[in-house]
Design a protein around this ligand. Structure first.
Ligand SMILES: *Cc1c(COP(=O)(O)O)cnc(C)c1O
Length: 402
């Protein structure tokens, strides 16, 4: 294996973001392939016994077992770290493996976590159900309320955990304030950046300590594989996260890593075009429906904050109908082009009714607390021609009486 310029930080640090996305992290085999190779291997062989002994002793660089390192996964990790502007990154099997690893690697019995109430259902399950089983206390706050974060701090608070924008209510967290508050109290802030990716929002620039991803979403971008990643300082990744990951094994498969890695080459183009389409479709819908939840529109209560911390507002937004579940389902059933699907980040436009799908499991009380109303619809806007999307939405809204 030959490392290329893409693995030399003294060179990649000078590269601009687009170059990092296409060249960052690349290794080449002796064949000199243009497109990075896929290394489907669990183990490695050695020329002699001294070599393997030196690798196990940590005296020589090189792979020993794919739970510890794999070339395809290592390429993905380096490319994401470069795009994020992070010192280090480790990849996991899914976004939820990434969130679980990012939290459990640093929390112990007796610690306290503060988490935003509006969150991906499984993230809330970890905070509400899993962590308490291990003696980790929690406080759930309104993530948009800066004072609530401060009021929740206790002497044993170890972690702040939130996503911004939140799924599916599109509430934002003021990262500069909340991550700054965490820093001032020696609390580690963990930001789930799945909705934006480093192309649209870079939490580290606003003081976040750890950025965690579902790479299943925009990073893959074509709905093919599940994957996750955690970015942070070298000290956090190597000393806190790695011992946990190497011994518990939530690793990303090399095949999935390779798919996501190739997806990153087009991430910026996709994320920007999908954001443009989402803004145009949001502008078209606004006025036709009672309430829009789109941070890129001036009607969003945190529109100014969105402009401060996001480069563009991403492919996802929600809106609320007065006719409850029946009317929301009627819109979905009338769609001809846009698919009914609960996935996001895909290059295909997908729409779902969160109350009966992604947020079914949190129950009516949980949904009320999080603001997931019966008349809410969430859309992931894809790469189709915006006029086709507008026409489809127009006819579906008409059929549902809007
Ligand atoms: C999808 C998603 C996750 C979970 O990711 P998986 O890859 O499905 O495990 C976590 N957080 C957010 C915000 C998500 O959208």
């Amino acid at each position: 294996m030959k490392k290329t310029t893409g693995t030399d930080r003294s060179i990649t640090r000078k590269w601009r973001p687009a170059t990092r996305a296409v060249r960052g992290g690349t290794w080449r085999s002796e064949h000199g392939e243009t497109s990075e190779a896929l290394f489907l291997t669990s183990g490695y062989t050695y020329d002699d016994a001294a070599t393997v002994a030196a690798r196990f002793a940590g005296e020589q660089e090189g792979m020993t077992y794919s739970r510890l390192q794999n070339p395809s996964v290592a390429m993905l990790e380096e490319r994401i770290a470069l795009m994020e502007g992070a010192e280090a990154c480790r990849a996991q099997a899914t976004g939820m493996a990434a969130m679980t690893t990012a939290l459990l690697c640093q929390l112990s019995a007796g610690d306290h976590i503060v988490s935003a109430r509006a969150a991906f259902g499984s993230c809330r399950w970890i905070v509400d159900n899993l962590l308490p089983r291990f003696g980790i206390e929690k406080t759930i706050v309104d993530g948009a309320d800066n004072a609530a974060w401060e009021a929740a701090i206790r002497p044993n608070t170890k972690v702040f955990f939130f996503e911004t924008p939140a799924n599916p209510t599109m509430e934002l967290v003021d990262m500069e304030y909340v991550c700054g508050l965490a820093r001032a109290h020696g609390i580690v802030s963990v930001v789930d950046n799945a909705f934006c990716t480093p192309v649209l929002q870079r939490p580290l620039e606003f003081g976040a300590d750890v950025v965690a991803y579902s790479a299943t979403k925009l990073m893959d971008g074509q709905g093919r594989v599940l994957a996750g990643a955690v970015c942070g300082s070298e000290a956090f990744i190597n000393e806190v996260l790695l011992p946990f990951q190497r011994n518990t094994g939530p690793n990303c498969s090399p095949f999935n890593a390779w798919i996501v890695f190739k997806g990153l080459e087009t991430l910026e183009l996709r994320a920007r075009r999908q954001s443009e389409n989402a803004l145009k479709l949001g502008q078209f819908i606004e006025g036709r429906v009672p309430r829009m939840l789109h941070p890129g529109l001036p009607s969003h209560p945190q529109h100014d904050l969105a402009a401060r911390q996001m480069d563009a507002c991403g492919p996802i937004f929600s809106f609320i109908l007065d006719g409850g579940r029946a009317q929301a389902h009627a819109v979905l059933d009338a769609l001809e082009l846009i698919d009914i699907s609960n996935n996001i980040g895909d290059s295909k436009s997908l729409m779902c009714h969160p109350a009966s799908t992604t947020h079914h499991n949190v129950g009516p009380e949980g949904r009320a607390e999080m603001g997931v109303e019966e008349g809410m619809l969430r859309i992931n806007v894809g790469l189709e021609d915006i006029d086709d999307l507008i026409e489809d939405m127009d006819q579906a809204l008409k059929k549902a009486g809007l």
